[in-house]
Design a protein around this ligand. Structure first.
Ligand SMILES: Cc1cc2nc3c(=O)[nH]c(=O)nc-3n(C[C@H](O)[C@H](O)[C@H](O)COP(=O)(O)OP(=O)(O)OC[C@H]3O[C@@H](n4cnc5c(N)ncnc54)[C@H](O)[C@@H]3O)c2cc1C
Length: 502
């Protein structure tokens, strides 16, 4: 996408010297750290000569190293870690290969798949987990898989690569995919070689352990970026978050501390975003899987709003999910997938989390509105109203995976959309009872209790409230039929079913 390779280089040693008088050395590698003597040994990667540099304070920012698993033939797999890797890859794909496999369906793997595909290469993404983009929950991640498939990228999830041959990639289920080019993008681990050499303490996840000022166990040595463990805002404790925003903030914090300025504790949320063809996927905080994994209580609200008022041209759909603590309303995480406006909503939610704004208070956020940009009730405000409904007990919701149990215990499922919508597809076993004639139809529908659903949840909410007023037990399906379809496709691993609907 970037025409001029030079644009990728944000700084040069010369410019940093001219402006800041910084002594920046490239092609030199720190090969030893002596914390007692306060010095580092530096070796030239050009002629092998070694020099010693003394320090008062040392900052380690060595980043991460790509994970390279012990798979036969993996030496043929190319990484994408440095600007040079990207330049080489861009040069090599021009005209030559026609097939490629990207191993790993994370952020970088998907960006790579998109760009290889834009070069006319037949690409398959192979991901060992059951879904792409594991920081997302399955019903949102499946939308990204569908977008890839819609653009001709093949997606293989739930299957690992067992061997890389000269002409292809062998999967654990025995199939072989042709691949002139194989890109490995299966994650990184902190580069702690220098830290180990200096005898610094590591954290529980294998990164360098640091305090709130990013000091290591040797207080004259600081560490920042991908190499260190970050305080985790949601769970307490620490986690590994390899993101540029976090690394930059830590850099500022360390500089302040070395210069004697006060620093404050700044935990991380893991706010991240990726573009995959026409879709944007973004998230902040923890997802449902992770909250469930530690036994943390949470509630969910989902919505499928438009990026701006639907009567103004160009509005694009998105799916948003908010996770919050049912007891005090603390926001625990949010995810969104869709077109324009996904970035704005996740950034608002990340800001709300950092500011300690609780889920129901999102309804009170006064956000900029005019029809080309939003709706008078922004999607973020709507999440607040929905959370408030749950927290106040006003109108509870049902999650897609709870329907079967409710039906088994005697609940009926009512689809309150119009007959044409119902005819296009519905939840098996549901009965069509359009919202506008629900009062009249009720005598034929039985006495409940009812699971109610509509397309995205809004008419379902009205129907549920109406039934409550008539003394009938009912719960609305969170996120409506659109969420149910995505959750069902994710459960069955059938992303291609969604290609028509995204
Ligand atoms: C392809 C790609 C795309 C990415 N896209 C995004 C994105 O869109 N958004 C986002 O938030 N993050 C993104 N990231 C992650 C982001 O780049 C990192 O989080 C960030 O660069 C971390 O900064 P750092 O200083 O810790 O490490 P790095 O930027 O990796 O810098 C570490 C440097 O230290 C050097 N080094 C290591 N050991 C030594 C040694 N002994 N002596 C001398 N030098 C040494 C390394 O060669 C390297 O140049 C991306 C990463 C990759 C690889």
């Amino acid at each position: 996408m970037i025409e001029d390779e030079e644009d990728l280089l944000l700084q040069t040693p010369e410019r940093l010297y001219e402006r800041f008088r910084l002594d920046v050395r490239v092609n030199e590698e720190v090969v030893a750290v002596d914390g007692h003597a306060h010095q580092v040994s530096v070796r030239s990667t050009i002629d092998g000569s070694e020099t010693i540099i003394p320090y008062d304070k040392l900052v380690l920012s060595p980043g991460a190293v790509s994970i390279r698993p012990p798979i036969p033939g993996f030496e043929r797999v190319r990484g994408l870690r440095t600007v040079e890797d990207a330049e080489r890859l861009a040069r090599d794909v021009t005209g030559a290969p026609t097939t490629a496999v990207v191993i790993g369906g994370g952020f970088i793997g998907l960006e790579t798949a998109e760009n290889l595909s834009r070069n006319g290469i037949a690409v398959t993404v192979v991901e060992a987990a059951e879904q792409l983009l594991t920081p997302l929950d399955p019903e949102l991640s499946i939308l990204v898989a569908a977008e890839l498939i819609a653009h001709g990228v093949a997606v293989e999830t739930g299957v690992a690569v067992s061997e890389v041959t000269a002409s292809g990639v062998v999967l654990a289920d025995g199939r072989t995919l042709p691949a002139e080019l194989v890109i490995g993008s299966i994650g990184v681990r902190p580069d702690v070689r220098l830290a180990e050499m200096a005898g610094l303490a590591l954290g529980p996840n294998g990164g360098i352990a640091v305090d709130e000022a990013n000091r290591t166990s040797d207080h004259d040595i600081y560490a920042v970026g991908d190499a260190v463990e970050k305080s985790d805002w949601v769970g307490g404790g620490t986690s590994l978050i390899a993101l540029a925003n976090v690394a930059n903030r830590q850099g500022r914090r360390v500089a302040d501390h070395i210069c004697g300025l006060p620093v404050h504790w700044a935990p991380s949320f893991g706010t991240a975003i990726v573009k995959v063809f026409g879709l944007t996927a973004a998230l902040t905080g923890w997802n449902e899987k992770r909250l469930r994994g530690v036994g943390r209580r949470y509630r969910v609200v989902r919505s499928h709003p438009l990026s701006h008022a639907d009567y103004y041209p160009g509005a694009q759909p998105m799916s948003i999910k908010l996770l919050f603590d049912p007891d005090d309303g603390t926001i625990l995480g949010a995810q969104a997938v869709g077109g324009e406006g996904v970035d704005k909503r996740i950034d608002i939610l990340a800001t709300a989390m950092a500011g300690g704004i609780h889920a129901e208070s999102l309804a009170d956020l006064e956000l900029a509105y005019a029809p080309p940009f939003s709706s008078a009730k922004d999607p973020v405000n709507m999440l607040g109203y929905m959370a408030e409904n749950i927290r106040s007990g006003e109108c509870d919701v049902v999650e897609p995976d709870e329907i079967d149990d409710l039906v088994a215990s005697g609940w009926s499922v009512l689809d309150v959309r119009s007959p044409p919508e119902y005819a296009r597809g519905s939840i098996p076993g549901s009965v069509n009872a359009p919202l506008d004639t629900l009062r009249e139809d009720l005598p034929q529908l039985g006495s409940g209790p009812f699971v109610i659903y509509c397309e995205v949840g809004q008419r379902g909410h009205t129907a549920t409230t109406l039934l409550h007023e008539l003394g009938i037990e009912a719960r609305n399906l969170d996120g409506g039929y659109r969420t149910w379809v995505a959750a069902d496709a994710a459960r069955r691993g059938e992303a291609s079913r969604l290609v028509e609907t995204i």
